[in-house]
Design a protein around this ligand. Sequence first.
Ligand code: H2U
Ligand code: ZN
Length: 353
Amino acid sequence: MQETSLNSDLFKQPHRRYNPLIGEWILVSPHRTQRPWQGQVEKTSQEKPPTYDPTCYLCPGNPRAGGNLTPNYDSVYIFDNDYPALLADTPEANFENKGLLVARSERGLAKVICFSPRHDLTLARMEAKDIRTVVDAWAEQYKTLGSLDFINHVQIFENRGAMMGASNPHPHGQIWAEEIVPNEPSKEQAAQAKYFQEHGTRLLEDYTNLELQDKSRVVVENDEWLVVVPFWAVWPFETLVLPKRAVQSIPDLDAAQRDGLADILKRLTTRYDNLFEVSFPYSMGFHQAPTDGKDYPHHVLHAHFYPPLLRSATIRKFMVGYELLGNAQRDITAESSAERLRSLSEEHYSLRG
Ligand code: H2U
Ligand code: ZN
């Protein structure tokens, strides 16, 4: 296989990039970034939320839908989702007709995790020591939920901002735990296992070391963590958060790695907010080893950030047309996105005079 330097013409022309983590290709069209835009412009809210909102169901002391009360909490608060997508007591059932109509029952649990009692904060504006408390809570939830015999996968995630469908600006995330390993982590498991078998090393550990040498896609790093716009990124400012010392899941992180994770999450989300001077919307989540009791020596814990914004606080990328019918496509290269994020300040724009 011929090695091609990133300065070569290949990367200035329409080209395809391979995502080894899920075994799929994306199309990159770097010559296209100058095209004019007369399409949809999203509304942004520049209003600063209050520290306490009497109408917010996640603020301390307030009633939630369905009659439950959010107690007076002072750091992290976790509760069972009042409208869970999965239920623990769903009876087992199967349906199949000629292999064309196939359905299976699915059991699970859904939790909501409030990161802070303060309605106005976000990961970017919380203190790193308070994000560390969130990291510890994530670890505990993965362990507790994962130890239940009907739970084989624990998905921890955050939807941030109305554009990503978050129901509320109060800083919070969700946890969905279930019987099966869902599609995305399942593709990643297959690819990581195959790579481990073929190379005897871990795919994401090798990738981390490669990016640490190359540097062109690095957004931010500390002693324990590396954030890159992955070579195969689909979303304009998509990032991958990788540990420098490989572990399988959040509970495996030692104290230095947990503090480091809190630090890197704060710094990354601050850079995101500073990009368009807006509380940057995204979906983020961790991929940890499945909790079915099997061995996952090939797996490396990581987090994905998928932000929808493209050119400004109001212009988002749409996954339509060719993306829906063909495959994912981007204009701005991963390297240019990384350079933009890297050049930003780590002082939150709201704190500047
Ligand atoms: P978002 O992460 O998309 O904002 O969703 C928040 C969750 O909070 C959502 O799954 C739950 C919704 O079911 N929720 C409650 O559990 N209680 C409520 O009173 C409102 C929302
Ligand atoms: Zn609130």
